[in-house]
Design a protein around this ligand. Structure first.
Ligand code: 0WD
Ligand code: CA
Length: 427
């Protein structure tokens, strides 16, 4: 029997729909900074400033809340896994777990420079959604029609950037946005110039990023109970990805991202997934607050896919592995609270919700149906984020759309096959 959208909502939350009503005023201080909406849990409040956002600009959120911790609270639903897939060494996508790795404790004092000369480095590429869209088409039939109406499809890395923006002080970013049959598609906009720049790392930077991959090799094996040691030469073409569905406020999200390994075995839930990270050994207070700042990105990156464990390998500047520390993703906000480099995830979620509402509002004029658009030029939007300022959105002109398509067979940034499939499946 085909389930309806409201059946599904009931499954997910078992709370009346009016739970999303907005409310004002402070809320009681709680021990949990982020409300994860679990099956059957009561829904917290959603913030509403009561002011309409200007159409093309969204200002940076304030980070100090005058009333202590009584800030906005937005629900984030526990992510549920939809499917997994692998990229092989030829960068071909396979709907299997051939690229899945198993966690093993790394050897003490390992040299993270090991194997550097043999690193097969995946060329930098534009952040295309193709693999994620393929995965979505395979699972979509299990959902009611219109399930992703008003929803968002994006790589996890894009969502991490959006959510951590309130604390991002240095790096701006750009997104391309399309709205098709009521669903928003977001990809990172990487210009050709930026692509060259990313490819042209200094030898120092290149080595630094290798340390991270080498740590992954020392921490993983192709079988669950392998002995510690080198897990094989690094080929960054090979990746294992998990696709989940979740909800931020009342916006459904389908997100995919790379997962480094599992502890023990892969289960139907996300419970055994592990993210691996390296960081410089902490020697003083300044290092500690730097690390706590980094934890914001570590936290949201894993949180978004429901990855419960992050294993950090602390290393020397020369790449010698020191201590290993395992963090439970959900405990991280509590660890940094009140510290010098502290951050508050509820500010990020509140901002994330406002960000998505802002983008939806801006593209709302774009209501022509897919069929009406068939013969027309694609409508693509550009979101620009400036640290300490906020975001702005504009509709791209024909030349900029062409730059986005970059000579490949696409409608805007969506692969032609996906676009054609959308034309035949209008809601
Ligand atoms: O080539 C590009 N410009 C990018 C491609 C940028 C970001 C992502 N991607 C691809 C990924 O390869 C993957 O197929 O999109 C898919 C989803 O990625 P994601 O999980 O959303 O990406 P993110 O969360 O930003 O990064 C996850 C991991 C990284 O782990 P760490 O521990 O460093 O956060 O993906 C890897 C990296 O291991 N990764 C890359 N590997 C090689 N080249 C790159 C890159 N440019 N970006 C991320
Ligand atoms: Ca990693």
């Amino acid at each position: 029997m085909k389930r309806t959208a409201s059946d599904l909502d009931a499954d997910e939350t078992r709370v009346p729909s009016k739970r999303l009503k907005t409310e004002f005023g402070p809320r009681p201080v709680s021990n949990e900074p982020v409300e994860i909406e679990r099956e059957g849990s009561p829904a917290p409040q959603v913030e509403d400033t009561g002011k309409p956002s200007p159409k093309s600009e969204l200002a940076y959120p304030p980070k100090s809340l005058s009333s202590g911790r009584s800030g906005p609270l937005v629900t984030f639903q526990q992510p549920s896994p939809l499917t997994t897939f692998s990229y092989d060494s030829k960068r071909e996508l396979r709907f299997d777990d051939s690229a899945l790795r198993y966690y093993v404790d790394p050897p003490h004092g390992a040299d993270l420079r090991y194997g550097y000369e043999r690193w097969v480095k995946r060329p930098e590429e534009k952040g295309r959604l193709d693999g994620l869209l393929k995965a979505w088409l395979r699972v979509r039939d299990g959902f009611p029609e219109g399930f992703m109406n008003g929803g968002v499809i994006a790589w996890r890395g894009v969502m991490t950037r959006i959510l951590t923006a309130p604390y991002e002080e240095r790096e701006g970013w750009h997104l391309n946005v399309m709205c098709v049959n009521g669903t928003l598609y977001l990809e990172e906009h990487v210009s050709d110039a930026k692509l060259l720049e990313k490819e042209d790392l200094t030898p120092h930077h290149r080595l630094q990023s290798y340390y991270g991959y080498s740590f992954e090799s020392f921490c993983t094996a192709g079988t669950p109970h392998a002995k510690p040691g080198w897990g094989g030469d690094v080929d960054t073409n090979v990746q294992w990805c998990s696709v989940v569905r979740t909800k931020l406020g009342n916006t459904r999200l389908v997100i995919g991202g790379e997962v480094d390994c599992v502890r023990g075995k892969l289960t139907k839930t996300n419970d055994t997934l592990v993210e691996l990270k390296t960081s410089l050994t902490i020697r003083n207070q300044l290092d500690e607050s730097r690390f706590e700042k980094k934890l914001l990105k570590f936290y949201f990156q894993s949180f978004l896919l429901g990855v419960p464990e992050i294993v950090v390998g602390f290393r020397s500047p020369a790449g010698k592995l020191g201590t290993i520390q395992s963090f439970q993703t959900m405990q991280i906000p509590r660890m940094v609270r009140g510290k010098p480099g502290s951050w508050d995830p509820s500010i990020c979620l509140g901002w994330g919700e406002r960000f998505l509402a802002f983008v939806k509002e801006a593209v709302q004029g774009d209501v022509r149906s897919a069929a009406a658009k068939e013969e027309e030029a694609p409508v693509v939007w550009r979101v620009d984020f400036k640290p300490r300022v906020g975001v702005s959105i504009i509709q791209l002109g024909p030349e900029a759309v062409e730059e986005v398509q970059a000579g490949s067979d696409r409608y805007g940034f969506l692969p032609r096959w996906y676009w054609e499939e959308q034309l035949h499946n209008q809601v």
